[in-house]
Write a protein that binds this ligand. Structure first.
Ligand SMILES: [Zn+2]
Length: 449
């Protein structure tokens, strides 16, 4: 058992505990730590006071209340590094590739978020679904309308989740309803950033949609917002498909590549997260690493839109931090475990160029890697004492394929691989942020089901 030994402990969680406190791509030996009959001691201040074998925890804290989740797995809460709030309604759009999918299906739906009441209801549902999928921290790609983002931030504050998000802006190549101007983009984004950045667990992310829908002036306005409100994050899309890259090249003939369009506006730094980067040049990877910028890998979306197979090994060799994102509308679910399974499949299809992804590596990508990408690596991402108690409990539904497969798992690592492959939102029994429940399947059944 490891413990901080300082905080007062009133509650113990019991279950099968697993986390990956060291980078499993570089750590010597097994990076996974797991206890078949284990537990967590939760301190009153919302942190983890101790983690380890159940008998040791019980002996150390004999007076604490016990929340017995035996039969369930207790993992660090998942971190989604790229997920679009206004796109739950466009999930499942099979057929088109990226640019056609955006124009035909997604942008018309995103235009509906000009209605504040609609936006607020969608925000509430979206955030509830994140928690229901075990996600406790997320870098959320917002909506194009300031009223929709004001509604979103209100709901995010109430959700108890750790949310970073911002107004999406673009001034060209978009339907009229979604277009803004550099002046208005600056004004609205700076207003929202001043109002919400740093409030509770909320943070603001400066969010140009992508350079396909931006002029240099719009991107410069985004850079100005990031300077105006210090500490804000930056997120956008990068190198998703060859067609998209060609449009950016034509729009910015003076820039040497896609990344340079963001660099010119001061948008590439240690608080920047770019989604996709399926088709980067070596030079772009070198510059991303030098800037300390991160990439959100969204394999379900890349595979569904046929965008390509993500060069994870090239990113790692270049020193670019990679986390996972569900992307949602173009992806297949809000489940980081589904995303991890997709990442695994994508790397296998790359053959010799692919990374071999074990259960421990996949869990790390879904948790600690995301925490690092979001600048939360000292706070969440694993279950070490001192971390915030952001935890998800996964219980195999009785009679499910997951339950059947787990009975045959030979050891901890193979059980974890089975869990990653098969556990989805119906297995999420409860989700906590800083020790407070943000999702409880039993309560939800009583309340709404
Ligand atoms: Zn996206």
């Amino acid at each position: 058992m490891s413990a901080t030994g300082v905080a007062s402990v009133r509650r113990l969680l019991r279950g099968t505990v697993a986390h990956v406190p060291r980078d499993p791509f570089t750590a010597a030996g097994e990076a996974l730590e797991a206890w078949d009959d284990g537990g967590l001691a939760l301190a009153d201040d919302g942190t983890i006071a101790a983690v380890g074998a159940w008998r040791d925890l019980r002996a150390a804290y004999p007076a604490a209340d016990v929340d017995d989740r035996s039969g369930a797995w207790l993992l660090p809460g998942f971190v989604d590094a790229h997920v679009h709030y206004p796109q739950v309604g466009v999930l499942g759009g099979l057929g088109p590739r990226l640019l056609e999918w955006l124009e035909g299906r997604t942008w018309p739906h995103e235009a509906r978020f000009a209605d504040a009441a609609f936006a607020r209801a969608e925000a509430r549902q979206f955030l509830r679904l994140l928690a229901r999928n075990g996600t406790t921290s997320a870098l959320v790609f917002g909506a194009h309308q300031a009223v929709a983002m004001e509604a979103f931030f209100h709901e995010a504050a109430a959700s108890g989740l750790r949310v970073t998000a911002g107004l999406v802006v673009g001034d060209v190549g978009l339907p009229e309803a979604l277009r803004t101007t550099p002046e208005l983009a600056f004004e609205e984004a700076a207003f929202l950033a001043r109002r919400w950045h740093g409030r509770g667990w909320l943070r603001y992310a400066v969010t140009p949609r992508f350079s396909v829908s931006s002029t240099a002036a719009l991107l410069a306005a985004c850079g100005a917002v990031a300077r105006e409100v210090p500490g804000t994050w930056v997120t956008s899309h990068l190198n998703e498909t060859p067609d998209e890259i060609a449009v950016v090249r034509a729009r910015f003939p003076d820039q040497r590549d896609y990344l340079a369009t963001y660099e010119a506006a001061g948008l590439v730094g240690p608080r920047s997260v770019f989604a996709h980067d399926v088709h980067p040049s070596d030079d772009e990877l070198t510059r991303l690493a030098a800037a300390g910028a991160r990439v959100a890998h969204c394999p379900s979306s890349n595979h569904a839109l046929g965008s390509g197979l993500f060069p994870l090994a090239r990113h790692r060799r270049a020193g670019v931090g990679v986390a996972l994102g569900t992307d949602v509308g173009a992806g297949t679910s809000l489940s980081l475990l589904a995303e991890a399974t997709s990442a695994y499949v994508g790397q296998m299809l790359l053959g010799a160029d692919g990374e071999r992804l074990t259960g421990a590596r996949l869990l790390w990508l879904a948790t600690a890697a995301g925490a690092h990408a979001l600048g939360l690596g000292d706070l969440v991402g694993d279950l070490r004492p001192g971390r915030a108690a952001d935890v998800v409990a996964l219980r195999p539904p009785p009679g499910s394929t997951l339950a059947a497969a787990l009975t045959h798992a030979a050891d901890g690592p193979s059980a974890l691989a089975t869990l990653v492959t098969l556990a989805r939102e119906d297995a999420v029994e409860a989700t906590w942020v800083a020790g407070e429940a943000v999702w409880c399947a039993a309560a939800a059944e009583r309340l709404v089901g």
